[in-house]
Design a protein around this ligand. Sequence first.
Ligand code: DX5
Ligand code: ZN
Length: 221
Amino acid sequence: MRGMLSPSLMCADMLNLQRELETLDSLSVDYVHLDFMDNKFVPNITLDASLIKAVKPVLKNMKRDIHIMAYAPQQYFERMDIGEGDIVSVHYEACDDLHDVLAEISARGAKAFIAISPDTSVDVIYEYIAEIDGILVMTVYPGFAGQPIVEGSFEKIKAVRELIDKSGRELILEVDGHVSWDLCAKMREYGADLFVAGSSSVYQKGLDLGDAVKKMTELIK
Ligand code: DX5
Ligand code: ZN
């Protein structure tokens, strides 16, 4: 599977989101990463559900890559207008009834991903392997941009890649957190397919977004 880019909108210029989205969309970027936080599962609030819904009609080429860092994430699906073409990542650690949550995402025609935080073992995925379209490996603790990569992240990526290959299913391995200029190629080598690019790459201060996207696309292809 070719390497795909998903710039993290929470790292963009908050006062010019429409312009940021249109720029990304014109560059034929694969996905835009939309972080939703409930201030309970993680101690932060970022993009809200109505903004995540409002993004949908603006996108001509890009698809939504929605990362829900919230308990009982299914309560937000309607408000976000979850549907065909979306990736929706829900946290293993935040769902009591993960089978039902994954089934609801699929029933809406979206791709269902399990997100696992750094302290969660890869083994938890086995039970859901037949019900998912991908796995979001958090390489930082969820909740904030600009953090350093967590020790052991590469071994985690490798272990998830082995799990996917053993399953025989064409699942997408997404990495999120400190996907930096100097680490993204190694993440690709270890088996990542989809790269959330934030403050340590395309949204690094002072860079031209278009040039940065082109450079990152080269590094992960
Ligand atoms: C953090 C979010 C990430 C974040 C990545 O909880 O899930 O998407 O925006 O930001 P960087 O790339 O700066 O770690
Ligand atoms: Zn994220």
